[in-house]
Design a protein around this ligand. Structure first.
Ligand code: DGT
Ligand code: CA
Ligand code: CA
Length: 572
């Protein structure tokens, strides 16, 4: 469910964007951006905080606390509304093009009246930007590339955005009288890394009431279609949600059908036809008698087809049906297997919560171990020093007494430089419990150099995990180019784990590469890369990505008991 914290964070971020677009004070922009992150990451729900309580949130001063208060009382922030009027929505959308900043967007709007991404693409192709100050050939090329990147992701959203909407819809509908079952299906249930639209399935004794609740939900900014068994809405942020209500005898078959994927469905339907069965969105039928076969759950459907139940995360028709027929489906790693988090930050670098709060939240999740891995000095804007790292280590050691069940590890996230070297000399690295290393710069190196760079990091005896290996940011930065087979071989040879970074805009290593790495005997670590308490919950998306990569628990080092993990971390 969308927390009010997230809602307010989004408004503060929008305010920061609008100040930037209108040429406002850069310092003020940063203040609001920081406040947005703090509010979004604040562990406590802000609904019931008084003015003093609000100012207690890091980076929230009197003026921002006042705006939050205003929003709680009136539902709007007046100054934000004023700016919204000045800057058309289309111009704001322009600034979501990866290489286009707010200043340039305003120039495009002011000089040429360009108010949409489509109009910009047309203008570039027609040569209308020639002669415009600040827009050379290189800029145009970058803009076209940025637009292409955006179009590739289309209007798809990150998985956490879709999950928030889906969980709210399911909760609202489940509370409606007559509702028997309700669940999200489609790509979200398959845990794809981006989601086109959210699909929800329900059975109910009173489908009219269910439909009315759906189209009347606060999430329905627009009702696209409304009918007796199928309705669609669009959320304020533009995400489409489809609801289908089916007969309860069809629940299992409908769940299977709407979970997809389409290629998986086509393949299962072929298998059904061979057995004189018809599988459709309306149920499972006997072709000869036309009789509907009751299927209360999916397991029965797969069973009728002569298959074991197939986990949704595998349903892409990429070999899972053949594996199922052979009885060789993997037992996938699950969230319950995860014993700890090996990639997290605090407010010592770019996190928003202090160490103590992050650790308390980790303990609450029931973890057996937890590594703090703040950034190392070569990421200059984080201003890390030896002294700060040592002081943090002291704090971690002292905190350990309060958490006898939770093994605290003091780690660091190193920067892999263009040659493959990392921050700090060997003797200092030796004193950390865990060194994770990642690419944070020079993303455009040619394949051979990038491969050598990552392989060298693997060969460093202190580096135990390569963090977010491809460095992609979904929708805005392409993965780096490397010979991944070569990297996988190096990981297996040196005993270096590859991370599956669970942050929703990363999901890195991507599932396709995870699956490819399996044959090389690579180990993995699923890390939240949390920069705030609520981010610890992103672990589920990392597990989803691991499952899509056919990963079993044994290959994931943070499912291991603490002693085995420590042995792995100490081996050199
Ligand atoms: P998305 O929304 O692009 O992230 O991906 P999906 O997989 O959620 O696709 P969507 O929303 O178009 O449809 C939901 C499911 O419904 C899909 O995974 C499988 C099923 N489905 C939709 N269209 C067809 C179709 O033409 N044939 C079959 N067999 N299944 C379909
Ligand atoms: Ca969908
Ligand atoms: Ca759909």
């Amino acid at each position: 469910m969308d927390r009010i914290n997230d809602e307010v964070a989004a408004l503060l971020q929008e305010y920061a964007d609008l100040i930037a677009i209108t040429g406002g004070d850069a310092f003020k922009v940063r203040v609001y951006e920081k406040a947005a992150r703090s509010v979004g990451g604040y562990a406590q729900d802000i609904t019931h905080l008084d003015a003093a309580g609000l100012r207690h949130i890091p980076n929230v001063g009197t003026s921002i606390a006042g705006k939050i208060e205003e929003f709680r009382q009136t539902g709007v922030i007046y100054q934000l509304e004023e700016l919204r009027v000045k800057v058309p929505a289309g111009v704001r959308r322009l600034t979501t093009i990866p290489s286009l900043g707010p200043k340039k967007a305003m120039v495009l709007y002011g000089e040429l009246g360009i108010g949409s991404v489509e109009a910009l693409e047309e203008a570039i192709r027609a040569g209308n930007l020639h002669g415009l100050r600040g827009f050379g050939a290189k800029t145009e090329e970058n803009l076209l590339h940025g637009i292409e990147l955006m179009n590739k992701t289309g209007r798809r959203v990150h998985i956490d955005v879709a999950m928030g909407v889906a969980e709210q819809v399911v909760a609202e509908l489940s509370a409606v009288g007559g509702c028997r079952r309700c669940s999200f299906v489609g790509s979200l249930r398959r845990m794809k890394d981006t989601i086109g639209d959210v699909d929800v399935l329900a059975t109910s004794g009173d489908s009219a009431a269910l439909m009315a609740a759906f189209t009347g939900s606060s999430l329905a900014a627009e009702v696209i279609a409304s009918g007796g068994t199928k309705s669609s809405i669009r959320t304020p942020a533009g995400l489409q949600v489809d609801l289908r209500v089916v007969h309860q005898d069809s629940w299992g078959a409908a769940l299977q059908y709407f979970t997809g994927s389409k290629p998986h469905n086509i393949h299962t339907r072929e298998i059904a036809l061979h057995q004189k069965l018809k599988l459709s969105e309306y149920g499972l039928f006997d072709v000869e008698t036309g009789e509907r076969i009751v299927s209360a759950d999916e397991g029965e459907v797969y069973d009728r087809l002569g298959l074991p139940w197939i986990p949704p995360t595998l349903r892409e028709d990429s070999g899972e049906i053949e594996a199922a027929l052979r009885g060789e489906l993997p037992v996938l790693v699950s969230e319950a297997d995860i014993r700890g988090d090996l990639h997290t930050h605090t407010d010592l670098t770019d996190g928003v919560a202090p160490l103590e709060e992050m650790v308390a939240a980790a303990a609450k999740r029931g973890y057996g171990y937890y590594a703090v891995t703040d950034h190392a000095p070569n990421l200059y804007m984080q201003r890390m020093t030896r002294e700060k790292a040592l002081a943090q280590r002291e704090r971690v050691r002292r905190l350990a007494d309060d958490y006898p069940e939770l093994r605290l590890l003091h780690g660091t996230e190193l920067n892999i430089d263009p040659e493959g070297d990392v921050d700090w000399p060997a003797e200092f690295l030796a004193e950390f419990d865990l060194c994770l290393a990642a690419v944070h710069s020079h993303f455009g190196q040619p394949r051979a150099e990038m491969t050598r760079r990552i392989v060298r990091a693997c060969e460093n005896p202190y580096v135990k995990i390569i963090g977010h290996p491809t460095a992609r940011i979904i929708g805005s930065r392409e993965p780096v180019d490397a010979d991944w087979d070569e990297v996988f071989r190096a990981c297996a040879r040196t005993g270096t784990a590859l991370e599956i970074d669970a942050f929703p805009d990363r999901l890195d290593l991507p599932a396709g590469l995870v699956r490819r790495a399996l044959d090389f005997g690579v180990l993995f670590a699923i890390g939240s890369d949390a920069h705030a308490v609520p981010h610890l919950g992103n672990m589920r998306y990392g597990v989803g990505t691991a499952q899509r990569g056919w990963l079993t628990a044994g290959r994931v080092i943070n499912t291991w008991p603490v002693d085995r993990l420590l042995e792995f971390l100490r081996s050199g």
